[in-house]
Design a protein around this ligand. Structure first.
Ligand code: HEM
Length: 524
């Protein structure tokens, strides 16, 4: 065990996969990251093996894939694993992103993780598209033609750019060769980005489904989450092998078993299922350039989320409105996916336009507006907790919280006391929210300062209580700020002191508490 903590390489392994302090409450939805890592490694390994028998040209591409399927030992297995793992990769990434959307994982302090994730997602789609062109069946050729032609929408440069990408006047051998080269290289860039993704994640660690700080209760990654992750790995392989061995072509398009023929257009040109929602958005906009822009914006809009989410509460566990909007958004995404596979004809055109508008409205209007509504609701909830006897504490004067009107009625205090930590977390939430000044920290710091000042000026005289008891009073003076008036002069019990000390440490030292959350408020 010691070597895990002393060897410079093994310490990295240890800090990510063994000792890594992980929030105890993370659910199975936190398992998709490890599955994605597994998919990436599997794609690289099977891809390298398949590439040993593949020929990257328009003449040989199709036949070399047939050769892999028929002649190469276990070539069919390698190819089917590679092709189907791409689909599973996307299932996992959509669930991974969905988890992020639902629980607000994109928020500070994980904006970096989210930004790198979005770049990864974008490159994953590019890699998958390039790979789909390689077998050079009908759908490869026509899919490549449609997608590369999108560049022609760029004013002035467009046409030349398309021919530059093709390396000719249509999709040809040069195109396949360069697509092969890029398809081979991009996964390694993805791997580097994943390393960055995890480096960023490691700064604050994972968030958790409750939405509170993850520092409240952490446990070691191994054995708790290493084994939990293995459960989904096992289930993943059960499903994956079922598809590979029993329905290997289910997720692909039958037209891709027809060799590419530039003289014959397929009845409908459709990309792989995982690109369909974005393809539907592209087709919904009548103007070609705007369509292309909308398609890219539909992906990159993920980057806006940390800024458009106006809610003070992280995650959605306590935001009923957001939960509803999340599920409507997910349904809309599936509708877009289905529409992407339909012919461009009524009523699908109109349906596509409505679904596209809803897609963008969710990000640009619903999330910010619902955030504001949730803030108001949560502030109302908090004001009912700080239900002071005069009933003066209203939403509007939360910003004026001070010793005078900051009192909690006895009943609530009774509950709160047993959860002092939670109580201070609630307080921090208020402090960090837009409705308040940063009071908690400054109060503690002021008390500390005045204590320091005193100890310098006033030399210990012969006063009786100036020993440990007095020190205790000073040490816990700041807690008065949180205690009801009638309770302020009471001596704290040892157990209470322990909790308040911990609370103070958390408030002063732990900046990740900046994740504002009031979720625990509801339990008090
Ligand atoms: C090859 C693709 C990817 C890999 C291998 C990967 C890997 C991981 C891993 C291992 C974790 C920690 C475990 C977990 O929370 O599931 C994680 C967390 C995270 N990932 Fe990814 N990821 C990938 C793609 C993405 C994408 C496309 C996004 C978003 C656009 C994203 C956003 C996040 C976020 C925000 C977290 C932190 C979640 C939290 O703790 O709340 N990831 N990722």
């Amino acid at each position: 065990m010691r070597i895990l903590k002393t060897n410079p390489v093994l310490t990295i392994f240890n800090s990510y996969l063994v000792d890594s302090p992980s929030p105890s409450t993370i659910s199975y939805l936190w398992n998709f990251g490890s599955l994605l890592g597994l998919c990436l490694v599997a794609q690289i390994v099977t891809g390298i093996l398949v590439s040993m028998h593949y020929q990257g040209s328009a003449n040989e591409g199709f036949m070399s894939v047939e050769h892999i399927m028929r002649d190469v030992n276990d070539g069919w297995l390698l190819r089917m694993c590679h092709a189907n793992m791409a689909s599973f990769f996307f299932i996992a990434v959509y669930l991974h992103i969905g988890r992020g959307l639902y629980y607000g994982s994109y928020r500070s302090p994980r904006i970096g993780v989210w930004v790198i994730g979005t770049i990864i997602f974008f490159l994953m789609m590019a890699t998958a598209f390039l790979g789909y062109v390689l077998p050079f069946g009908q759908m490869s050729l026509w899919g490549a033609t449609v997608i590369t032609n999108l560049l022609s929408a760029i004013p002035w440069l467009g046409k030349s750019l398309v021919e530059f990408v093709w390396g000719g006047f249509s999709v040809n051998s040069a195109t396949i060769n360069r697509f092969f080269s890029l398809h081979f290289t991009l996964p390694f860039i993805l791997a580097a980005l994943v390393a960055g993704h995890l480096l960023y994640l490691h700064i604050n660690g994972s968030s958790n489904p409750v939405g509170t700080t993850s520092n409240a209760d952490r446990i070691a990654f191994h054995p708790y989450f290493s084994f939990k992750d293995l459960i989904t790995v096992y289930l993943f392989f059960v499903l994956f092998t079922a598809i590979v061995f029993y329905m290997p072509d289910k997720l692909g398009h039958s037209d891709n078993y027809i060799e590419a023929n530039s003289m014959q257009t397929p009845a409908s040109i459709v990309p792989e299922w995982y690109l369909l929602p974005f393809y539907a958005i592209l087709r919904s906009i009548p103007n070609k350039l705007l369509g292309v822009i909308s398609m890219f914006v539909a992906i990159l809009i993920l980057l806006l989320l940390p800024f458009t989410d106006t809610s003070n509460i992280k995650g959605s566990s306590h935001k009923p409105l957001y939960i509803i909007s999340f599920w409507i958004f997910s349904l809309n995404f599936l509708v877009l996916m289905w529409l992407g596979s339909c012919h461009v004809e009524p009523p699908f055109i109109l349906a596509g336009q409505i679904a596209t508008i809803y897609y963008f409205t969710h990000y640009l209007v619903i999330i910010p507006v619902f955030g504001i509504i949730d803030n108001v609701l949560s502030i109302l909830g908090i004001s009912s907790i700080f239900n002071n006897p005069g009933g003066k504490l209203e939403t509007t004067n939360l910003s004026k919280l001070n010793e005078e009107n900051y009192s909690v009625n006895k009943e609530n205090y009774g509950n709160v006391q047993s959860k002092n930590i939670n109580y201070s977390v609630v307080d921090i939430a208020i402090n960090k929210s837009k409705f308040n000044v940063n009071k908690t920290k400054s109060t503690i710091l002021n008390v500390e300062k005045s204590k320091l000042g005193k100890s310098k000026k006033e030399e210990p005289k012969n006063e009786k209580p100036s020993d440990s008891e007095k020190n205790d009073d000073e040490e816990f003076e700041w807690t008065k700020f949180f205690r009801p008036k009638e309770d302020r002069d009471r001596k704290l019990t040892e157990a209470e002191k322990k909790v308040w000390r911990k609370t103070k440490k958390v408030i002063l030292e732990d900046d990740s508490l900046i994740e504002p959350t009031m979720s625990r408020t509801w339990h008090i």
